[in-house]
Every structure is written in C-alpha cells, then in structure tokens.
Design a protein around this ligand. Structure first.
Ligand SMILES: Cc1cc2nc3c(=O)[nH]c(=O)nc-3n(C[C@H](O)[C@H](O)[C@H](O)COP(=O)(O)OP(=O)(O)OC[C@H]3O[C@@H](n4cnc5c(N)ncnc54)[C@H](O)[C@@H]3O)c2cc1C
Ligand SMILES: NC(=O)c1ccc[n+]([C@@H]2O[C@H](COP(=O)([O-])OP(=O)(O)OC[C@H]3O[C@@H](n4cnc5c(N)ncnc54)[C@H](O)[C@@H]3O)[C@@H](O)[C@H]2O)c1
Length: 475
C-alpha cells in the first residue's frame, strides 16, 4: 500500500505509548496520534497518578490525627488543600517526563496532536490531514459517564477530570457512585477533613469485588466518619445560594441534603464515538467498548484495540498487558491470545481491597466447585504490631490449587502478586503453605490461610493415630 505507515496508533495513554515505544524502537514507521496537548492519558493526568498522590497526603493527615494511639503527641493537623494539590501536580509533572513527545520522537515515532477519526478502513483524518496505515491500534481510553439526574447540570459538579484542580477543601462533599473512584476519593477527602457523604445506588460499594470484603470496607469507611448511603438514588439536584442540594431517595424515605461540592463517579464509557468507527466497519459492544477477539483484533483484522476502549478490565496494567499482546500479534506477527485467568485489581483505600483471579461470583458462574480458606488480618502478628485489625484473606481452592484470592489489608496491592503467580502457574496450595514467608510481614497471611486450610486434616484423629503409631514402632 503506497504512502501507508506500518502502524498508526490512536491515543497517547499507557496502551498507545507502550505500543509506540516498542514499535518505534524496532524500526517500524509509526505514527502516534493524541487529541490532548500532552501524552500520558487519563492515568497520568486525571486518574491513577493524581488519585494516589492525593491518597498519600490523606494517609499522612490520618496518621497525624491518630498519632496518640501510638504514643506520639502530634499537634492537630489541618489541610492546606492548595499545597496538597501542588504536590499532586508535581508528581504528575515528574512522571510526565517519561511521556515527553521528544522521547518518543527519539525512538522514531511520528507524534501528532489532534483528534483522529476514520475516513475508511485504511485512513484516519487528523486536523484535516489524511494518515494512511497498514495496521492500526486504537487505544482511546474512556471518559466519565454522567447519570441523568434532573438539575445536575446546574450545580457545577466535579468529575475526576477537575477534582484535582480544586484548591479549597469542601466542608461538605457528596460523592455519587461507590466504585473504585468514588470509594478511594471519598476516604481521601474525609481524611483530609471534609464531611463526606458517599451515595451508592447498589447494595454495597465496589460491586465487582468480593461482597463480604466490600461490606467490611464499607463498615470501616463508616467508622472513619464517611456517611455511606447504600441503595440510595439521587433523584434531583439544584443550586441554592452557595451550596448544592441533592434529593436522595432510600428505603428510609426521601431526604434533601446540602453540599458545598458534588463529585460524580458513576462509571466510565469507552471513547469510540469521536473515532467514526462506522467508517472503518468496526463493531461496538453494548457497554460501548470496541468488539475484539482474543487476539485483540476488531472485525477488521488489521485494526486492533486495547485498554479501556476495548475492555474488559479498565485498568492501566491491563492496557499495558494488552499492548504486549498487540506487539506480539501486530509487530512480531506471532499469534498470541489474551489470558485473563490471573488479572489483579486493587482499590487503594486504607485498608486496600485487592483481587486476583476469580471472585466467588465468577467461580459460581463458571460452574466450578471450590473450597474456601480464610484468615483474619487481626490474627497476623505484623498487623497487631501496626495497629491494623480490619481485613481478611479469602482463597478459593479448586483441586488443591488457588483459582481466586481476595485480600482486604493495608497495602493489599503489594501482597497480592504472589497469589497471582500461584494462580497463573497453577502452583499447588501446599507449596504456598510450605513456603517461608519472612516474619513479621503482612504477607504471612497467605501462609496462615493456606495453613488454616490444611489444619483440619493435619490434626485429624487419623493423623494423630498415625503419629502415635510411628512413635511406638520407630526408635
Ligand atoms: C480517578 C481514576 C483513578 C484510577 N486509578 C487507577 C489505578 O489506581 N490503577 C489502575 O490500574 N487504573 C486506574 N484507573 C484506570 C486507568 O486510568 C485506565 O484504565 C487507563 O488510563 C487506561 O489506559 P488507556 O491507554 O486505555 O487510556 P487512556 O490512558 O485514557 O488514554 C487514552 C488516550 O486517547 C486519547 N484519545 C481519545 N480519543 C482520541 C481520538 N479520537 N484521537 C486521538 N486521541 C484520542 C485520549 O485523549 C487519551 O490521552 C483510574 C482511573 C481514574 C479515572
Ligand atoms: N484502583 C483502581 O484500579 C481504580 C481506581 C479508580 C478507577 N478505576 C477504574 O475506573 C473505572 C471507573 O470507575 P468508577 O468508580 O467511576 O466506575 P464503576 O463503574 O466502577 O463504579 C460506579 C459505581 O457508581 C454506582 N452508580 C452508578 N450510577 C449511580 C447513581 N446515579 N447514583 C449512585 N450510584 C451510582 C454504580 O452502582 C457503581 O457502584 C473503573 O472501571 C475502574 O476500573 C480503577
């Protein structure tokens, strides 16, 4: 095909950037198109990075406030949100250096800024210019969805796109939506000093996670002072002088509450409309993601899609993982399919809620018979030393191997990967029970849960009889 680039990548977030850097360094003729004025995508500018930087400030505020429980007299903390957000900004700026267009141009990538839309199956148009490609990777991410609440447009609500620009701490903050965004930010702002009401339409926060652990986290947030309203619908919103009024309806009846700010965190939808997908003959799933096969090819075999715009797991590490699949399929031409058996995800509350592999709901849906091994964090020595008691590990075990793990614990995201490897590599549970875990670590909860699973058979009457017999007959 004349004048066609080897690879045209649409979207300069993590999915697009990982693909572009490898393809460029391997010597392909690559064009990377990003509609915002900077590379990095939502994770860097309005997602993972600013939220985790904010959570860090919030955890320090929380530690200072509770210092006395650890024998430390600290003066009462107050939050300078402007300084907190300056730090958030500086963290973004520091990481942004990795995503400098000059770096990618140095790899030979032709970086262009402007919105790309398909003209046909081989061409996208950017700022009026046609860009032809032999292969395409769509990595356009997702955007916040706004629920159809009458009057919402009148109250100047926040989303994750502008919440990190706010400089003054709201005294009363409503967070609508108890998914990962709403839950992480509700706790962070409560710890920074806002009175937070977290409103979730469903029966629990974090509906994709293990229900018992999500409930435990919800109770913990309440203990920390978050006013958690479950099974509550927002039926109307309006401005009243300096505040926003929200009409709430729950089993207990209707109620109208006043807030200084309202953050909407009710989900995200794939960015596909601006791409003009029909012109390229691409199919869209009911949830708005692009239809792809297990090799991440759309219906047009030379057009691939990865990250949030393809799903099914809208996380940065999954966009990066899927970029690896594309590199294999589209660059090395080695057919490779996605494998989602050991996908981890973490909600970075304190304690954090981490999942890898199957939840019980997923195992039930797959018709698998499994057993459970659980262990409470409160019985782990390190957790006692740290003054942390809220948490639990739950393992799902199928034929002696772990198929899913859910962990509520401080830094759960740092602990869960050992279990991810065990699931991916089908490591027998007894190997984990026998593995030496350094003392005292929170990760010992894994060995303890595995030990708890084997304890009934280890200390059974049969084993006890066998041990007595051995001691009688052997010298
Ligand atoms: C508040 C928040 C916190 C989060 N925290 C975490 C976390 O802790 N861990 C985690 O794993 N995930 C987290 N996520 C999710 C994570 O941000 C996304 O999964 C990740 O950014 C997806 O990467 P991507 O490459 O698919 O899309 P993005 O990073 O969104 O990049 C897509 C890019 O495509 C561009 N684009 C869109 N349409 C076009 C077009 N037509 N032409 C040109 N360019 C276009 C966009 O401008 C954007 O830069 C969080 C998300 C939010 C909102
Ligand atoms: N730590 C992380 O990995 C992390 C953190 C933040 C975001 N993310 C990603 O970003 C994506 C978007 O996150 P999110 O939290 O916005 O979406 P989500 O879809 O995960 O959760 C939205 C929540 O809002 C509730 N909801 C929807 N409409 C509502 C309404 N009108 N009133 C009250 N509640 C309502 C839903 O029941 C659901 O619990 C997620 O899919 C997640 O993967 C990941």
């Amino acid at each position: 095909m004349r004048n066609a680039h080897d690879l045209v990548i649409i979207g300069g977030g993590v999915g697009g950037l990982v693909t572009a850097s490898v393809a460029g360094q391997l010597g392909l003729d690559v064009v990377l198109i990003e509609r915002e004025p900077a590379l990095g995508g939502d994770c860097l500018h309005a997602g993972c990075v600013p939220s985790k930087a904010l959570i860090r400030s919030a955890s320090i505020a929380h530690a200072v406030r509770h210092a006395e429980a650890f024998g430390i007299k600290a003066t009462a903390s107050s939050t300078d949100l402007s300084a907190v957000m300056d730090r958030v900004r500086s963290v973004i700026d520091r990481i942004q250096q990795h995503d400098d267009p000059a770096r990618f141009r140095g790899y030979g990538v032709d970086v262009r800024f402007g919105e790309a839309a398909f003209r046909d199956q081989q061409t996208v148009v950017v700022k009026g210019q046609a860009v032809r490609g032999r292969r395409f990777v769509i990595a356009t991410g997702s955007s916040p969805t706004i629920p159809p609440i009458p009057g919402l447009e009148t109250i100047d609500y926040l989303t994750h796109h502008n919440v990190f620009d706010v400089r003054d701490l709201a005294e009363r903050l409503a967070v609508i939506g108890g998914g990962p965004i709403g839950t992480e930010l509700a706790q962070a702002f409560a710890r920074l000093g806002s009175r937070v009401t977290l409103i979730e339409a469903g029966p629990r926060i974090l509906p994709r996670d293990e229900p018992a652990l999500a409930d435990r986290l919800g109770a913990h947030l309440r203990d920390e002072g978050v006013d958690l309203r479950l099974e509550t619908n927002v039926t109307g919103a309006r401005r009243d002088q300096d505040c926003a009024l929200l009409d709430l309806v729950a089993d207990t009846g209707p109620e109208t509450l006043a807030f200084d700010r309202v953050l909407v965190a009710t989900g995200r939808r794939a960015n596909t409309a601006s791409l003009n997908p029909e012109a390229a003959g691409l199919a869209i799933n009911a949830d708005g993601t692009l239809e792809v096969d297990r090799r991440l090819r759309t219906r047009q075999r030379h057009i691939y899609a990865i990250g949030d715009c393809a799903g099914p797991y809208p996380f940065t590490h999954m966009a990066e993982y899927q970029a690896g699949i594309i590199i294999s399929n589209a660059i090395f031409r080695l057919p490779r399919k996605v494998d989602y058996t050991a996908v981890p995800w973490v909600t970075y509350t304190d304690p954090a809620l981490a999942q890898v592999g199957m939840t019980r709901a997923a195992a039930d849906a797959a018709g698998l018979r499994y057993e459970r091994a659980c262990f409470a964090l409160a019985d782990v020595d390190r957790a006692i030393a740290d003054g942390e008691s809220t948490g639990e590990l739950q393992l799902l075990i199928h034929r002696g191997r772990i198929i899913g793990a859910s962990l509520l614990a401080p830094h759960a995201g740092e602990i869960i990967h050992e279990l991810g490897l065990a699931i991916a590599e089908k490591v027998p549970l007894r190997r984990l029970a026998g593995m030496v875990h350094a003392y005292p670590t929170l990760a010992q909860i894994i060995k303890r849960a595995a030990g708890a699973y084997y304890a009934p058979s280890l200390f059974s009457p049969r084993t006890r009889r066998a041990v007595r017999w051995i001691h009688r007959v052997l010298p």
